[in-house]
Write a new protein. Structure first.
Lengths: 175, 167
């Protein structure tokens, strides 16, 4: 298993952490990484907004409104009086998120967005499994060594030596 | 698996073809309107405007192109010039991407259960697009506004491909 690199983007789309663990991806300049973080932040928002919306009842609302107007609305489904806004997502149980996993010929990008909007981007080998475990550990280390660091200023670049050390050590131990 | 929509973009970033499929309304609503079940099958072929009141299909195509274009450039920067992204997924849908050597981009949105569609998109390009659009002597070289792509043979065979081969 190979983890190429990790990028952390704050909730405003700024790059706060970038580190390469194993060679495999091209090296970019700091400026390019900043651009990449901002671009990804925007694309992530767009991918959520282009989620296909499935009309709840294209034919039946138009054709049967006069007859079935006394029917109670179906519970659990967003209902509205204008037929144009009655829609559901493909997976109604889960909220729509942005891009979660991107696959290319050479790498796989997994994105995890925390509840507060921070995004963790993990670049791994395309065949590697169990990325969830790695992501969870990265988040845990971030919580422990960055967020609990009293000198860390929120939304600012992460410069925590303990975080670097533990992250590197843990990933090396897994390979 | 379900295919939600399909787009073709030419090398000038213009959407030359787009097609949306809307699955039949969920069964609990369908039951209440048994007489209209025939019309609900025909809605599959109509361009649905409902459910997209705020944004039109045209705007969607632009957003999708922007996404695909940015991701492609990002991936090329990181993985090298010969790398290209194949698919991405969110919690709701999967987007598949295939780019021909002539920079025509094929994009398909499906549900999460679908496997990799790279081969399918390649087949659409080779067996449908090249056969019915490129080899058509009456079709122009460029397709501004979808002229030449929206011919009957192409649309019909695409419909068949998606409904029979992919489902």
């Amino acid at each position: 298993m190979t983890v190429f690199s990790l990028i952390i983007i704050n909730k405003a789309g700024g790059l706060v952490y970038q580190r390469e663990f194993q060679p495999g991806l091209r090296k970019l300049s700091t400026n390019d990484y900043l651009v990449l973080a901002g671009t990804f932040h925007g694309v992530h928002a767009i991918t959520r907004s282009i989620t296909p919306k499935l009309p709840l009842s294209t034919a039946s609302t138009a054709a049967t409104t006069p007859t079935s107007s006394n029917m109670p609305p179906t519970p659990g489904i967003p209902n509205s009086f204008t037929p144009g806004s009655a829609f559901t997502f493909p997976n109604p149980g889960t909220p729509a998120t942005g891009l979660e996993c991107l696959e290319t010929d050479k790498f796989r990008l997994t994105c995890f967005q925390t509840l507060t909007g921070t995004k963790f981007l993990l670049f791994t080998d395309p065949i590697m499994g169990n990325i969830d475990v790695v992501m969870k550990k990265v988040y845990e280390l971030y919580a422990d060594y960055v967020m609990k660091n009293p000198f860390y200023q929120l939304e600012m670049p992460v410069r925590c030596e303990a975080f670097d050390r533990h992250l590197g050590g843990w990933l090396r131990g897994r390979t | 698996m379900v295919v939600y929509s399909f787009y073709i973009f030419d090398r000038h970033a213009e959407c030359i073809y787009n097609r949306r499929w809307v699955p039949r309304p969920s069964s609990m609503i369908g039951k209440s309107s048994r007489p209209t079940s025939e019309t609900s099958t025909t809605t599959n072929t109509l361009p649905p405007v409902l459910g997209h009141s705020a944004r039109t299909t045209d705007d969607d195509a632009k957003l999708i192109f922007g996404t695909v274009f940015s991701l492609r450039n990002m991936v090329r920067k990181l993985g090298g010039e010969d790398d290209s992204f194949v698919t991405y997924r969110t919690s709701q849908y999967k987007l598949h991407y295939y780019e021909t050597p002539t920079n025509i981009k094929f994009v398909m949105l499906t549900d999460l259960k679908s496997p990799s569609m790279r081969v399918a998109l390649q087949q659409i390009y080779i067996n449908l697009y090249v056969e019915y659009v490129v080899k058509n002597p009456l079709s122009p070289v460029e397709h501004p506004g979808g002229v030449g792509v929206n011919n009957e043979l192409f649309e019909e065979s695409l419909e068949q491909f998606v409904t029979r081969v992919l489902s």
